[in-house]
Write a new protein. Sequence first.
Length: 468
Amino acid sequence: MTRSLLIAASPGELRAALVDAGELRDFRLARTVGASAVGEVHLGRIVRLLPALHAALVEIGQPRPAFLGADDALQRGLAGLHEGAGILIQVKRDARADKAAAVTQRLRLAGHYLDFLPLRPGVIAEELAVAQRERASARVAGLLLAGEGARLHPTCLHAADAALAAEMQALRARWREIELRRVAAEPPARLEAVAPLAALLAEFADAAVERILVDDAVLLGDARHWLQREAPHLAERLALHREGQPLFEAEGVADAAAALLELRIALPGGGVITIEPTAAATLIDVDSGALGAERGEGEEALLAVDLLAAEAIAQQTRLRGLAGALVVDFVPLRRREMRERLLEAFRGALARETPEAQLLGWTRLGHVELTRPRRRAPLHEILCERTASGGLVKTALTLALEALAAAARQAVAMPGRGLVLHARPEILTALEGEAAAARAALETRLGRPLALVSEPAWARETLDIRAT
């Protein structure tokens, strides 16, 4: 079966799914309104040094200064930095309700096969297996100029030399454009922001993808333009999805994508995994349910449950973009050899699904710890926010964009008729604020306005669209 990249557009959002042999292999949600700033390159201005925290606050044009920690500075201990100085930085984490955006001086221009490190010489290959590092590093080292560096992705192992050279050339050209903008800029100034569609294509579109399907004519034109410039050999694989059925449904991955916010995941046979993101770490619990009993008594049955869970956890970590600290509470195993078998199987699953994850091993409480570098916000952080009690609910912006998507579907079913959205006041506020551009684009496309009616007494997620 074919390997496909599906990109579906809805008001204010793009959803990308990488599908292999009919199975959802990877997923990204990219906002085109209220978009993430992660990856943006800025010329910032240091507004305050924080010696006690070994950090600095940097103005980048956001409502509050960004946080630069000593670990993200080029010089040890923030040496050479002073208040009022201009500084070249990149956003590594978006601002949240309780935290400022985090930035780094260790710039990284992301590619499909490698990341270009313009200010850090040398090749970093820590995501690759030890046996593969030397050869892969040698291939890339020959492409670098003096002072340049690269961080290799596992995808580089299967890339042709010409593909590696082309990507290196394209990333180097991006860096030169950033440098030119820097010369003419006054801080704070944004020097580069990668468009959401370009970021999705750069990450997923490679020689292994046999077809690229998009469901919007405007998106088709933008994707063709990017591919012709950056990956001309893939341009002929691009096509427009023309069926009446939505793209993800037609390709059989709609349910798998929709389930990525579910906290409970059923295992084949009856076991259950529960994923609980918290402010400090992601906690994952494995419950054997009836599965252990069905497979017989003894630790072999419990190990079988844990082995299924290990594979599923590795997959969900990739699909949901989980990062940072993860703690897994597997079904307890008393015998050491059983625990070692589980750990080895988990290590293998992570190597296949998320090679950059680092398995730390068992804790004294009997949990398994792992870490994964945070390259982007996980799905739950994009779509949800924390309540006062610590739970997660969809943000007003998420619900506003869901309402616009529902209105677009309703408009197709009832052409020519006016539409009225009834929703909670905070949803309507988002439609008049962060989601205003997406609402305006939809109204332009439909040729008629979307009327809004406030329903303060309704439940938060209740939406109703009526035709007039």
